[in-house]
Design a protein around this ligand. Structure first.
Ligand SMILES: Nc1ncnc2c1ncn2[C@@H]1O[C@H](COP(=O)(O)OP(=O)(O)O)[C@@H](O)[C@H]1O
Ligand SMILES: Nc1ccn([C@@H]2O[C@H](COP(=O)(O)OP(=O)(O)O)[C@@H](O)[C@H]2O)c(=O)n1
Length: 211
């Protein structure tokens, strides 16, 4: 079974994806980490974030086994990730490894922006997880504060709105709800409530109770 989870920044899709993977005993890929890794490498190597050929070369050289989620979750990396993710050549370099991960025997859980639309349109279960920008900013702010990053709530909200706009507005694999994805708005849910709602949607989808 392939489970595709998409949604905007800090909506809680990663949390739900990890729990679903553990629940069903499936491997999980946080595809945002791939774009974050390219963005982080570009920042470290002073590669211009508009230099599509150079960034595609970084994406092509990426070792998915060597990703460091802890370092890649830093606030500044998200903005760089979103910029490199808007470049078609970068996305093309990362396509096959994501599709191979999705199509491994037994299935997988993947979360990102284009899983249900581009990477695995054939997924048996698709969720589009969202929440209000204010709720998402509050969550990401708390997360960054927990990491010791000092940043204001307003700055986090501005970053999220800018990224949402870029991710949704790009021509190539934009952030958009697949027609057959179940919508899960977690604005007024805590983590446990979101998890229970996600599990119910997956169960309904698998039993054919929703389209
Ligand atoms: N429903 C929720 N209510 C409150 N906080 C949440 C909820 N879901 C996730 N979080 C927290 O918000 C932050 C972002 O969640 P995460 O799953 O990483 O989002 P995403 O993968 O969409 O960026 C994390 O610190 C996570 O623990
Ligand atoms: N499948 C994906 C996953 C991420 N991304 C890009 O990578 C950036 C970082 O993704 P992420 O999932 O780690 O970001 P958060 O939702 O955790 O903030 C996003 O803003 C997108 O621009 C993408 O384009 N396609």
């Amino acid at each position: 079974m392939i489970i595709a989870i998409d949604g905007p920044a800090a909506s809680g899709k990663g949390t739900i994806a990890r729990r679903l993977a553990a629940h069903f005993g499936l491997p999980h890929l946080d595809t945002g980490l791939l774009y974050r890794a390219v963005g982080a490498k570009a920042l470290a190597d002073h590669v211009n974030l508009d230099d599509e050929a150079a960034l595609a070369a970084l994406a092509g050289a990426l070792d998915p086994a060597a990703l460091d989620p802890e370092a890649l979750k830093a606030g500044a990396v998200g903005e760089a990730a979103s910029r490199v993710a808007s470049l078609p050549q970068v996305r093309a370099k990362l396509l096959t490894l994501q599709q191979d991960f999705a199509r491994q025997p037994g299935g997988a859980v993947l979360d990102g922006r284009d899983i249900g639309t581009v990477i695995a349109p054939e997924a048996e279960v698709k969720l589009f997880v969202t929440a209000s920008p204010q709720a998402r900013a509050a969550r990401r702010h708390a997360e960054l504060a927990g990491r010791g990053e000092s940043v204001t709530l307003d700055a986090v909200l501005a970053d999220i709105l800018k990224r949402d706009q870029r991710d949704s507005g790009r021509a190539n694999a934009p952030l958009i709800r697949a027609g057959d994805a179940a919508l899960l708005d977690t604005t007024d849910m805590n983590i446990d409530e979101s998890w229970q709602a996600a599990l119910a949607l997956v169960a309904a989808k698998r039993s054919g109770r929703v389209a």
